[in-house]
Design a protein around this ligand. Sequence first.
Ligand code: NAD
Length: 296
Amino acid sequence: MKILSASDLSRDLRSRLKTRLKDHRVGLTVVRVGDDPASQVYVANKIRACAEVGLHGQEVHLPATTSSDVLKTALVNLNENPNVHGILLQLPLPAGLAKNVGLDATDWISPAKDADGLTSINQGRLHQGRPHDGPALAVRPCTPAGIIELLKFYEVPLRGVEVVIVGRSSIVGRPAAELFLREDATVTVAHSQSKDLAQICRRADVLVVAAGKMGLIGREHVKKGAVIVDVGIHRGPDGKLCGDVRQSEIADLASACTPVPGGVGPMTITMLLQNTVDLYFAAQSQRSTSPQGNRI
Ligand code: NAD
């Protein structure tokens, strides 16, 4: 089984971003609410990656007790800050906010600064099948975009193949389905209520697992020769990171699998950096072509 590591591709993409950023001051702000320990690590990794490519990354950390009004004000202020070109609201939100506003909070981010592609305008464009590099830049959600780029890098065929995605979240499963459709794949989305998950998964030439359930997928789910994308991240009982797939079980069955760590995770961060840089240059070109110099 080939290991689809993100190292080479990520290094290459980040070095290209560094070149594009020369002589430009581009800012990404990540807003984190509350004290979820995993989010704290993810955000620190994102800010560190910003420094690596020459992006000005900063974190705004708000307490778990933050009201929806305060969060909205913080995001609107960032929309209006000319030094900030990309904004990401780290999810999950603390329980109270998640219950009161949920994903609506992402809509307080201007679509022109939406580095994670999660606002309903950008998701709407995605689900309409509009090209992300069309007249209005609509960045792709980072994790699904990273998955597609990684599979293309390893020349995994996507046109006409059976792709099964386990998970239907707005962050991973649903946008991933759209991006695979763009590649002319035949897409099935399975979820917690799907009957006979193993049978559905065994159809897959490419199986993308984003269920958030440690070790959910094993031998019985994998067709011989399938390519597996393991999106899940968990801390196993041995203290090591692992995914949703029991990777040791499928080594002689699958043709390839993304590692955890070192697969989808780094690609997600690279796509975040790339989205921010794309948003910056889209805003620059909009400013130079607009007679009033309006922001997009
Ligand atoms: P989520 O909890 O929002 O969604 C999980 C989805 O899986 C749901 O649609 C649910 O229906 C489905 N599901 C749950 N149990 C299932 C089961 N037994 N059988 C079939 N389907 C089932 O999670 P999410 O935000 O989409 O994240 C999924 C996983 O991916 C998590 O482990 C998360 O940490 C990880 N993740 C990793 C990255 C990365 O950068 N590598 C990015 C985002 C999420």
